[in-house]
Design a protein around this ligand. Structure first.
Ligand SMILES: [Zn+2]
Ligand SMILES: [Zn+2]
Length: 270
């Protein structure tokens, strides 16, 4: 009896902790289910990690891409599949001028109900003769989003190719741009969406830095959270990252916090 009571108390405690950390559901725009994590975490276990962190919807892309479809099959209610152009990590370097990569993207597009293409990297600019124009065209034809880890000039290249392109700027500045540059681009391109994974300077003294608060207010409806599980250790940090986000979200006006936490993602992706 005593053992059962202890077990029951432990269970209640665990349930209570889980309930507390789930208190604000989150939309995560930047999850990878890459081969390295798939080797040790089956799709249902990976999905469980996301749900444990209170993530209710997630944009998932993976190297290689078929792993995204495994995650999608495990949780079509949670996973929003994006087609990643990389067949292996080696593609990350020269993919943008590689016609074989383009052929593979075109071949895969009908394999699943993809909602976007990416995450991909272009630095510093897409060169002459690159496959970017065709990718932007494909995305436009199919009303797909583009998740782009790029510099500000590449955002300009994409909108020059298609003024109506649906672009999510990964890391809210591609890990290279200042907040001021991001603000200028958000003002210049009224459809541009940012996701906040690994964004430096975002949090200041426990709250959101003034420059970012200004961007959030100016770009209502166009800001998403993101974690970026680009290496396995990031999967162990999911819960902590989610709680960190909940902490700074709690310092925002409630409506703005709800939008960034989950509502913007739901409105854009259903
Ligand atoms: Zn990235
Ligand atoms: Zn990433």
């Amino acid at each position: 009896m005593a053992g059962a009571a202890v077990l029951s108390a432990t269970h209640d405690l665990k349930t209570g902790v889980a309930a507390a950390t789930r208190r604000r559901p989150l939309f995560d725009a930047h999850i990878h289910y890459n081969a390295e994590i798939a080797a040790i975490l089956r799709p249902d276990a990976a999905i469980e990690r996301l749900r444990d962190a209170g993530i209710v919807r997630a944009i998932v892309s993976s190297t290689p891409d078929h792993l995204t479809l495994d995650a999608y099959a495990a949780a079509p209610d949670l996973v929003i599949p994006f087609l990643r152009p990389y067949r292996s990590h080696a593609d990350r370097g020269g993919w943008i001028t590689n016609r074989d990569v383009l052929a593979e993207v075109e071949r895969r597009l009908d394999k699943a109900p993809y909602r976007g293409i990416g995450e991909f990297h272009i630095n510093p600019l897409a060169p002459q003769g690159s496959i970017l124009p065709r990718l932007v065209q494909l995305a436009g034809e199919r009303r797909l989003w583009i998740l782009a880890h790029v510099s500000a000039p590449v955002i300009e290249q994409i909108y020059a190719l298609d003024a109506d392109a649906r672009v999510i700027w990964a890391h809210a500045g591609g890990l290279v741009e200042t907040a001021e540059t991001v603000a200028a681009h958000m003002a210049r391109y009224p459809q541009l969406v940012i996701e906040l994974s690994l964004r430096s300077g975002l949090v200041e003294g426990g709250g959101v830095a003034p420059v970012w608060l200004g961007i959030f207010e100016m770009a209502r409806g166009r800001v998403l959270l993101g974690t970026d599980t680009w290496i396995n250790s990031r999967w162990d940090e999911l819960m902590g990252e989610a709680d960190d986000a909940r902490r700074w979200l709690a310092t925002l006006p409630p409506a703005l916090a709800d939008e960034i936490a989950v509502e913007n993602g739901r409105r854009l992706f259903g």
